[in-house]
Design a binder for this molecule. Structure first.
Ligand code: LLP
Length: 416
């Protein structure tokens, strides 16, 4: 689903004119559609139907409090990977009991905070973490609910930086070692075995590796049951990829059918941790053309957004479609490189795009709602952009643009 359409030559998100949003809040600026976020969550929920399930939104994709609050109100659970993300979920009104805590490097303070909050499940990624969790929980007089995150050694066939389910990746416990570690966990006094977790990668548009990983989790579950170790839920990781360019993306129904097939008739609850597919298509990054610099080799359009605002193109060579906010009328299109003001040749947002540009034009980089703002930085001392949530014709500021004072908040010049 998209909420973007041209109405009389002006790009709208839902019923809001994006040029008016840019005029009100400035550029660069992230803008998200409430309707698209809600529809994406509801599509997963509907695809599971009556089967016991939990949708734990992956907070890392977009952790703005307003976004988390929307999802909390829909009944979402949350997948967090740090104490900071957990604090955001709680602050946004999320239910701690529906939080799962993933990640390879949870420190003792983070474990304590999550135990104190009463989260639903720790997805433990190593034998060493299991020992630490047991110790911390015992010190607090609690029993930590856990799943072991197993690494199924399945090739997700996605970008190597976001592939996680191969033996060579740092994530999870090798599948062959999992049964022994479960036996050990079952005997520890500070933990309680609840589930099996697994995540093989992100931006997956092929269901076969997901189905294969689910099959391996089902086999492990059966082996544990045979030993008397009960498993209440299986957590099958992130959600679907999205169509940044013209990728064919499976439907929610096909995705749920593929991952749940190995558990047919088992009654086990299935959790997923989608991030990108919930917020990615809901967001755009608005930017203004500062200068046009046509050249013999390449034509550069220098815009006011940069790699510090949207890192995905520089880091993964990722594609984001570019839409002009106003119909360019009779101007002739040319091939442009969209680049930012940051002093790095890697600072590009889009390459070889056929556009009819003029200085001052406003553009939207599409599908920027996931892993956009959250990966932004202050590199080159650039204040981070504003974030806006569109709801019908209304545009709400959900994070103010940073000011120059924000840039040096916490910095100290020692006297003398
Ligand atoms: N669960 C776990 C354990 C994960 O590691 C991730 C993503 C997710 C869930 C959410 O996956 P999703 O539904 O969003 O595919 N920065 C990269 C993406 C990194 C994803 C890392 N893990 C990008 O911009 O493409």
């Amino acid at each position: 689903m998209t909420a973007l359409r041209y109405v009389r030559g002006a790009l709208q998100m839902e019923q809001a004119d994006l040029a008016a949003v840019a005029a009100e809040f400035g550029t660069p600026c992230y803008v998200y559609s409430r309707a698209v976020i809600e529809a994406a969550y509801n599509a997963y929920d509907a695809a599971f139907g009556q089967r016991p399930h939990r949708i734990c939104y992956a907070v890392k994709a977009n952790s703005n409090l307003a976004v988390l609050n929307l999802l909390a109100r829909l009944g979402a659970g949350f997948d967090v990977v740090s104490g900071g993300e957990l604090a955001r979920v709680l602050r946004a009104g999320g239910d701690a009991g529906r939080v799962v805590f993933s990640g390879v490097g949870k420190c003792a303070d983070e474990l304590r905070a999550a135990l104190a909050a009463g989260i639903g499940c720790f997805n433990v990624e190593s034998a060493a973490e299991l020992e630490r969790l047991n110790r911390v929980a015992m010190e607090m007089g609690l029993k930590a609910p856990l799943a072991l995150r197993v690494n199924p050694d399945v090739d997700a066939r996605t970008h190597p930086y976001i592939s996680t389910g191969l033996r060579e990746n740092k994530f999870g416990i090798p599948a062959a070692e999992a049964p022994a570690l479960y036996r050990h966990a079952a005997a520890l006094p500070g933990v309680q075995v609840r589930g099996i977790a697994c995540h093989i990668g992100s931006q997956l548009t092929d269901l076969a590796p997901l189905a294969e990983a689910a099959g391996r989790v089902a086999a492990l579950r059966q082996a544990l049951l045979d030993e008397g170790i009960g498993i209440e839920h299986v957590d099958l990781g992130g959600g679907l990829g999205i169509a940044y360019e013209n990728e064919a993306v499976p439907s929610h129904a096909d995705y749920v059918a593929a991952i749940s097939a190995p558990f047919a008739g088992s009654g086990v609850s299935i959790s997923i941790e989608p991030g990108r597919s919930i917020v990615g298509p809901a967001g755009v990054l608005l930017t203004r053309v500062e200068y046009l610099k046509p050249g013999a080799e390449r034509n550069f359009a220098i815009v006011d957004a940069a790699m510090n605002d949207l890192l995905r193109p520089a880091l993964y060579d990722a594609h984001h479609a570019v839409l002009p906010l106003r119909d360019s009328g009779s101007r002739e299109p040319m091939s442009w490189e969209l680049v930012g003001p940051v002093c790095e040749s890697g600072d590009f947002l889009a390459r070889e795009r056929s556009l009819a540009l003029a200085e001052g034009d406003l553009l939207a980089l599409r599908d920027a709602g996931a892993y956009g703002f959250v990966m932004s930085s202050n590199y080159n001392s650039r204040p981070r952009p504003a974030e806006v949530l569109v709801d019908g014709a209304q545009a709400h500021l959900i994070r103010a643009r940073e000011t120059q004072d924000d840039l040096w908040r916490g910095e100290v010049m020692p006297a003398g």
